[in-house]
Design a protein around this ligand. Structure first.
Ligand code: UDP
Length: 386
């Protein structure tokens, strides 16, 4: 007998699981408390300028996973897009991630790749043998000057913590290159959905076995009516915050629009603490195949997430991880529920990883049903910080 499935959250996790189960003839109901699908990937056209705006901040699709890439391409036309980020520091504009151009600009040199490597090597603090914090990692591998110019201030603003308190893994997201490659990502596939993320998620959800209910709060009693629940809402919210709120950073966006261009590129980081925002994004540059007379920009501010704010980045320091363990233990005792996605597992996930995990979760569920084995509460490791 085919089963009835409830999914909480119409972002990538919920949509992908819903779609794969719907294709296997399950009846899927997806609820979302917001008035739109696509979660934080939601995009919409700006009324006056018609620019496609990433409403909850910039999302750039990049992956090495060919299965995921093929899946999104089946649901939308992915346009070529390469993320190139600039940074304003000390009244100068530099290229990011740190590459040969950045090094030559910053030290006013004309180094070859080998010379730049030797220069940076000489700047590194070799007394640090096993860097564990963000700060140690930076001091060891790029040295004090580049660390203080590009990482220290930005990280204090982004995380509200000194880089000495943050794990090295956050910095490891960023490459350092000794050539002029200024592609922010190292992945094999990169692109943007031609009409934005909303139609992409809409296409994933477009199946006769899927019913989407927006503006619908999840109630625990809903669960009784279904055979299994996939929950992509906040893990702590499901358990009524009984061990307190898991800490997140939230983002505030100050939107402004004008005629013409504002900054001539999609992303300009501001790495100094004297500037209160972390970056300005100019949204029409995320769709370079379009042309617009006007422009829409977001000034992005990061702060600690309050009760009524939208959670973005899980903080996952030691204190939060202890709290997380308690929620994970409770979750493992709940029958017929699987916690998924960024909020359900309290992990910072790129879109491609979210989709890959959702695919894997759907398959595990199908296998569990076929083998009459229980479906686990988590299909990923929740325990590793960052
Ligand atoms: N970062 C920085 N300066 C920059 C950009 C990034 O110090 O100009 C640090 C910051 O701590 C950030 C981390 O590197 O959280 C990872 O950067 P990424 O661009 O991956 O940030 P995300 O995509 O997570 O916002």
């Amino acid at each position: 007998m085919k089963k009835n499935i409830l999914i909480v959250g119409a972002g990538f996790s919920g949509a992908v699981i819903g779609r794969l189960l719907a294709e296997e003839n399950y009846k899927v109901t997806i609820i979302d408390s917001r008035n739109h699908i696509a979660g934080n990937c939601y995009s919409a056209r700006h009324k006056e300028t018609n620019v496609l705006v990433h409403t909850y901040g910039p999302h750039i699709f990049h992956t090495d996973n060919e299965t995921v890439w093929n899946f999104v391409n089946k649901h939308t036309n992915m346009m070529p897009y390469v993320n190139r980020v600039k940074a304003t520091v000390n009244g100068q504009v530099f290229s990011l991630p740190i590459n040969l151009h950045t090094i030559n600009q910053f030290f006013k040199k004309t180094c070859s790749p080998q010379e730049a490597k030797a220069l940076i090597e000489s700047k590194g603090d070799h007394t640090i043998t096993e860097p564990t914090s963000f700060e140690q990692q930076a001091l060891r591998f790029v040295g004090k000057e580049l660390y203080e110019a590009f990482f220290k201030g930005y990280t204090i603003k982004q995380w509200g913590l000194d880089p000495s308190e943050l794990p090295a893994s956050i910095l490891k997201r960023l490459p350092v290159r000794f050539n002029y490659d200024d592609n922010y990502f190292n992945h094999k596939f990169q692109g943007m959905p031609e009409e934005g993320y909303t139609p992409l998620v809409e296409s994933i959800l477009n199946h006769p076995n899927i019913t989407v209910k927006l503006n619908t709060q999840f109630e625990k009693s809903d669960k009784q009516k279904y055979d299994h629940l996939f929950y992509s809402g906040p893990l702590d919210a499901y358990f009524d915050y009984q061990f307190g709120h898991l800490a997140y950073r939230t983002l505030d966006f100050e939107e402004f629009s004008q005629q013409g261009d504002y900054q001539g590129t999609a992303v300009m980081n501001y790495c100094e603490t004297s500037v209160p925002y972390t970056r300005i994004t100019e949204h029409k540059y995320f769709a370079p195949w379009e042309s617009h007379e006007g422009t829409v920009c977001y000034k992005e501010y990061s702060r600690l997430c309050g009760e009524n704010d939208i959670p973005y980045y899980p903080i996952r320091l030691v204190g939060e991880m202890t709290q997380l363990e308690k929620y994970v233990a409770l979750a493992k005792n709940e029958p017929a529920i699987t916690f998924v996605g960024r909020l359900g597992t309290y992990r910072y996930l790129d879109m491609d990883v979210t989709i890959a995990e959702a695919m894997q979760t759907a398959q595990l569920f199908l296998d569990a049903v076929a083998n009459a084995t229980p479906m686990p509460a988590f299909t990923c490791e929740t325990g590793q910080a960052h």
